[in-house]
Design a protein around this ligand. Structure first.
Ligand SMILES: NC(=O)c1ccc[n+]([C@@H]2O[C@H](COP(=O)([O-])OP(=O)(O)OC[C@H]3O[C@@H](n4cnc5c(N)ncnc54)[C@H](OP(=O)(O)O)[C@@H]3O)[C@@H](O)[C@H]2O)c1
Length: 325
């Protein structure tokens, strides 16, 4: 009898623990579903008024792809735009487009972010006296061709420094330039474009992926430091967006157009400080975490497969290039 009741107590205990575990995971799952719904679906109807941050938005790498799309969308939502990029000609054309289409003021700053610290005093001078409410640290580059072993990066001695200057230094330095003004007014928004490639180490994209985890950690730490002072720092980690960087891939359910991406990502402001930017990319992120975890990506068989894939992709690009010539 004594043995039986001891067993019963154990069973009752396990049932209670099991019940709490199921309840915990059910509540966690429900919370995540609600959070996802709010950030990626309802945010379309609950948009934050971005003009409340200030008059001007600064966008780096603003003449094509995601940066240009952010610049256009921000102008559409009522902000004046400072465009910072490499090519003077493209800057002028993009600025004129924005002025004509949305009737906003623009200011262009020609700067090459691969050049390192020397460019920032010039940028600082041009930003002086502007009421900057938003900074989009978008500029970024990878190696060409897309995937490569670290030592196969073309001209590695120079390219490595250029990538670090462009993807890391630009984020830290541009932030330093705008943050004091934002803190002074107790309002501001800094959007840093990271990448899904920064969520786990990515062999054959090693340097790029490492620069992007810098952007993610920098954003999240900075947000914790400065959100109590009124400045929000949002980290956006997209999957594939059809731009020059991705050889303008065909747009489909997985690959977003830059315009759609910027629209959806800007809707998430005020709802999330760490986001994939859009529903499709958020779902791909979840699927990848489940079916293609970090340890698998780092396995030697996976690296070999990536190498084969890179070779095939390169041959395809070579063939297309030849046909076009
Ligand atoms: N596309 C994707 O699938 C994807 C996915 C995840 C994350 N991202 C990130 O999103 C950001 C934008 O990527 P994107 O695909 O839009 O790239 P993109 O189409 O290649 O556009 C890059 C922009 O940055 C400018 N730029 C490039 N190098 C520069 C430099 N050294 N100095 C100044 N400006 C420079 C370019 O100006 P010019 O035209 O004058 O060269 C262009 O306006 C990057 O940080 C990238 O890592 C992209």
């Amino acid at each position: 009898m004594g043995t039986y009741s001891n067993t019963a107590v154990w069973v009752d205990g396990l049932v209670v623990i099991g019940g709490f575990t199921v309840l915990f995971y059910f509540l966690k799952f429900s919370w995540k579903c609600w959070w996802g719904l709010r950030v990626y679906v309802l945010s379309e109807y609950w948009k934050t008024d971005l003009r409340t941050y200030g008059q001007w938005a600064v966008v780096t790498g603003a003449t094509s792809g995601i940066g240009k799309a952010y610049a256009n969308e921000l102008a559409k939502r009522g902000l004046d735009i400072v465009l910072v990029s490499r090519s003077e000609e493209k800057l002028k054309a993009t600025a004129l487009d924005i002025e004509r289409q949305y009737g906003r003021q623009t200011c262009v700053i020609q700067a090459d972010f691969t050049e390192g610290h020397a460019i920032y005093p010039i940028i600082a001078e041009k930003l002086q006296n502007l009421d900057i409410g938003i900074l989009v640290n978008n500029v970024g580059m990878t190696y060409s061709p897309g995937l490569a072993y670290y030592m196969d990066i073309p001209n590695p001695g120079m390219r490595i420094t250029e990538i670090i200057n462009c993807n890391i230094l630009s984020v830290a330095q541009m932030t330093r330039l705008v943050l004091p003004h934002m803190v002074e007014r107790s309002k501001g928004l800094i959007i840093n474009i990271s990448s899904e490639a920064g969520s786990e180490p990515q062999p054959m994209l090693t340097l790029y992926s490492a620069t992007k985890i810098f952007v993610t950690y920098f954003s999240r730490g900075l947000n914790a430091e400065y959100s109590p002072k009124g400045v929000t720092v949002q980290c956006v980690a997209p999957f594939l967006v059809s731009t020059n960087m991705t050889n303008n891939r065909t747009i489909n359910a997985f690959v977003k157009s830059a315009q759609d991406f910027a629209y959806e990502a800007l809707n998430t402001v005020g709802h999330s400080t760490f986001t994939s930017g859009c529903l499709s990319h958020a779902l791909q992120h979840i699927a990848l975490c489940i079916f293609f975890p970090g340890w698998l990506r780092l396995s030697s068989s996976c690296v070999r497969k990536t190498e084969k894939f890179a070779r095939r992709a390169q041959q395809k690009i070579g063939r297309t290039g030849k046909k076009e010539n």
